[in-house]
Design a protein around this ligand. Structure first.
Ligand code: COA
Length: 211
């Protein structure tokens, strides 16, 4: 029987058989018109499961124009946060005060801003307290260090950290990264992923290609 189940809201079961309720599978607990979330991606937080979207991306509204796209097998640590485009106040005037937000007659025309999607690739690990700024694209297999503030795109299989986040190192050679992107193991059927687990964990590229 497969041990990965994308419909399970709480993917971790404690030794006493009860679910650990602070880690949630995003696709199982979030229903948000501006979020697109791949299976098996999880986030740990101390709120209620139905508060997950508001904790993770508090400025992404159902009426926002931008989207937050999160791939499969993304791992998001506590206190990580997505600041999406709707968080921005217009800066072209003298004041950034959002006067028009306070009247239902004017709110619609308030934000005439460039809206940019935030896109998180498959198998990205986002460390504790990382902040992902609007419009960033993070490539598959990247690692975002704890407390990083990501303001620029991150290449696949690259580790970034700091504020603003800069490259710490690449996880693999260019050739290996190309191989991994072509393999796209995250799209394999679950039974194949489970068969490949030890190679995925050990980084045995040759064996992975044979699965
Ligand atoms: C990014 C991380 C994975 C790096 O691991 P690593 O490859 O073993 O890195 P090292 O510890 O060898 O450090 C490499 C460099 O990155 C720097 N670095 C490490 N973590 C950093 C961070 N959070 N912010 C900024 N720089 C960091 C180190 O200072 C070092 O810099 P130097 O080369 O100038 O000396 C790790 O430090 C991290 O942040 N993990 C996230 C843990 C987490 O948040 N877990 C939450 C639960 S899932």
């Amino acid at each position: 029987m497969p041990f990965l189940d994308p419909r399970q809201p709480y993917p971790i079961t404690l030794a006493d058989g009860t679910p650990y309720r602070e880690t949630v599978q995003l696709a199982a607990v979030i229903d948000h018109p501006r979020m697109e979330i791949g299976d098996f991606s999880y986030f740990t937080h101390s709120g209620k499961a139905d508060e997950t979207a508001a904790i993770l991306a508090p400025y992404l509204y159902p009426f926002s124009q931008e989207r937050l796209v999160i791939g499969r097998f993304v791992q998001i640590a506590r206190e990580a946060i997505f600041i999406t485009s709707s968080a921005n106040h217009a800066m072209s005037g003298v004041t950034t005060y959002p006067f028009r937000v306070f009247s239902p007659q004017t709110i619609d025309g308030y934000q005439d801003l460039p809206y940019r999607d935030t896109v998180i690739g498959h198998d990205v690990w986002i460390g504790h307290g990382a902040t992902i700024m609007p419009g960033v694209t993070i490539g598959p297999g990247a690692i975002i260090a704890a407390r990083a503030v990501v303001t620029q795109n991150v290449s696949p299989y690259t580790i970034v950290g700091g504020n603003p986040a800069t490259m710490i190192r690449q996880r693999f050679s260019e050739a290996e990264i190309a191989d991994l992107l072509a393999l796209a193991w995250w799209d394999w059927p679950i039974d194949k992923i489970e068969r490949a687990l030890r190679h995925l964990e050990s980084g045995d590229f040759a064996a992975l290609k044979q699965v």
